[in-house]
Design a protein around this ligand. Structure first.
Ligand code: SF4
Length: 501
């Protein structure tokens, strides 16, 4: 007899658990990539991801500021017995999500908006979850919980191929266009067959499996799907995109594929990547109580402890920064920022640009300031701010030209690449774009020493804050000449990898 309370408690525990514990197979795979990485920039990013992972496990705080949209796969054994009649299983699952995301000891960021096509109102507790039900034989409730970040979800693709088209070519051609907003290295989930919606569901589901490509490389493929996994894995890594798109040896840690019979005229292929914040857990309820989730032990984490690079990184004082200073920065240089910076992301940028168009006075002076694209998790206990990693910068591209030209803003910090228009605006305004590592949010938050809201308080995590930071690590991703590391790094490493092989 499975109790309602056990379901709620298990779901609440599971989403808390995956907010701060990476699966061990993911940690091992990132460490393998770290050991073999030859690109210094990519290796530094991997070191930050590994260090962040361990800090989160110790501090029980989220791996990433984007704590994801709750996704739950439920298999209901047809002989399952429940001790509840009136409550809907869906409501119990959502109650578990609500409790997890509003947990006072480790509040998770609520990112789910109701009325997505119109009002886009935050539901405040990250409900409703996206739930997929399936019936199977047996007496258990089999549950997988995943918290999927918006950056990697945004890169999902559906291809309705002709039956004779190549799945491998299609995926490989799609990867460069995904940019770095999905925070590689990660896992490619691929669903082949069924109908369009089934292919995407298979792609998502495939990501719930453990990483085992190294074992497959050693043992050799036993069937066509394993051959395809290996081909895509090898060709994807030959692209040279590398960690965070900086150029390097490892872009994907594994390729997962699930398939399903399909119509003779179709070959649907769904592609969904998983990111540096890979978060999922699998458990069963059999009536004996709530799920018992086994936490990792500290020895599961490699001895990688990222520290600011005192020797080769350039220290920058944000409080007396000038255009002249910026003009000396070169693409790929690592900086350690100290001083005051402002934050702002989608909603704040939209408001600022609307005010500029109406010639209204802005609530904050951006002259000679640096803005950080971030929406932090709420602080707890003695924290200044919760995990506060960068968000995808391309979403701010359409505002960049106006903000740079009209406000005197000096530079921006975000994650992943910028679009061509934004790069042109950066060049024309002799600005710069700096990038932080996506998926290292708790580590980044340690560099933030003071925080206060300075505008648009009602926007919650999207408000404009002023942070005082010390030795915040960033890389010059677009310099004032318009050189972009996301354009140059992968090209350079693609050639190097070809030479290495
Ligand atoms: S690691 Fe990157 S893509 Fe993943 S949740 Fe964090 S910011 Fe989003």
């Amino acid at each position: 007899m499975i109790k309602a309370q056990d379901i709620v408690e298990s779901i609440a525990d599971a989403f808390q658990f995956i907010s701060y514990y990476h699966p061990k197979d993911f940690i091992d795979a990132v460490f393998t990539a770290y050991k073999k990485e030859q690109s210094l920039a990519a290796k530094d990013a991997l070191a930050q991801i590994l260090t962040n992972s361990k800090l989160c496990a110790i501090g029980k705080r989220p791996i990433c500021q984007d704590t994801g949209i709750a996704t739950i796969f439920v298999k209901i054994g047809q002989k399952c017995k429940f001790d509840f009649n009136n409550e809907a299983l869906t409501d119990l699952l959502n109650e578990g999500v609500r409790l997890a995301y509003t947990n006072k000891n480790n509040p998770l960021r609520a990112s789910v908006l109701a009325d997505p096509a119109s009002h886009r109102i935050n539901t405040r507790d990250n409900t409703p979850a996206v739930i997929h039900f399936e019936f199977c034989s047996g007496t258990n409730l089999d549950i997988i919980c995943a918290a999927k970040g918006g950056g990697s979800e945004a890169k999902s693709k559906l291809f309705m191929l002709n039956p004779s088209d190549s799945v491998a070519d299609t995926i490989i051609n799609a990867i460069p266009a995904m940019g770095a907003g999905w925070c590689p290295p990660g896992i490619l989930g691929i669903g082949i067959g069924g109908t369009p919606e089934k292919a995407l569901l298979l792609a998502k589901k495939s990501l719930m499996d453990s990483i085992n490509i190294q074992h497959l490389i050693t043992s050799g493929p036993q069937n066509k799907i394993e051959e395809l996994r290996l081909e895509i894995y090898q060709r994807a890594n030959e692209l040279g995109i590398g960690a965070q798109g900086l150029g390097g040896l490892t872009t994907v840690l594994d390729v997962k594929i699930l398939e399903y019979p399909t119509h003779a005229a179709n070959l649907p292929v769904g592609l969904i990547p998983n990111c540096a914040a890979t978060r999922h857990i699998h458990f069963k309820l059999d009536g004996s109580g709530p799920a018992k989730l086994i936490p990792p032990v500290l020895t599961d984490y490699p001895d990688v402890n990222w520290q600011p690079d005192e020797e080769s990184a350039i220290r920058v004082n944000l409080d007396n920064l000038t255009k002249n200073d910026l003009s000396k920065w070169k693409m790929g240089e690592r900086l350690l920022l100290t001083g005051h910076l402002l934050t702002g992301r989608d909603a704040a940028h939209k408001r600022l640009c609307d005010m500029i168009k109406k010639k209204e006075k802005l609530p904050v002076n951006l002259q000679n300031r640096v803005i950080y694209y971030v929406g932090p998790v709420d602080a707890v206990r003695s924290e200044v701010v919760g995990p506060a990693g960068p968000t995808t910068a391309t979403r701010m591209d359409k505002f960049t030209s106006m903000i740079l030209e009209e406000t005197g803003l000096l530079a921006m910090i975000g994650k992943a690449e910028r679009g061509q228009d934004a790069i042109l605006a950066i060049k024309e305004n002799r600005s710069a774009y700096l990038m932080g590592v996506g998926g290292a949010a708790y580590l980044v938050s340690k560099a933030i020493k003071k925080s206060k809201v300075v505008a648009f308080e009602e926007l919650g995590m999207e408000a404009i804050y002023e942070f005082f930071v010390e030795d915040m690590p960033v890389t010059v991703a677009v310099d004032s000449q318009g050189n972009s590391i996301h354009n140059c790094g992968p090209k350079e490493w693609k050639v190097k990898i070809a030479d290495l092989s």
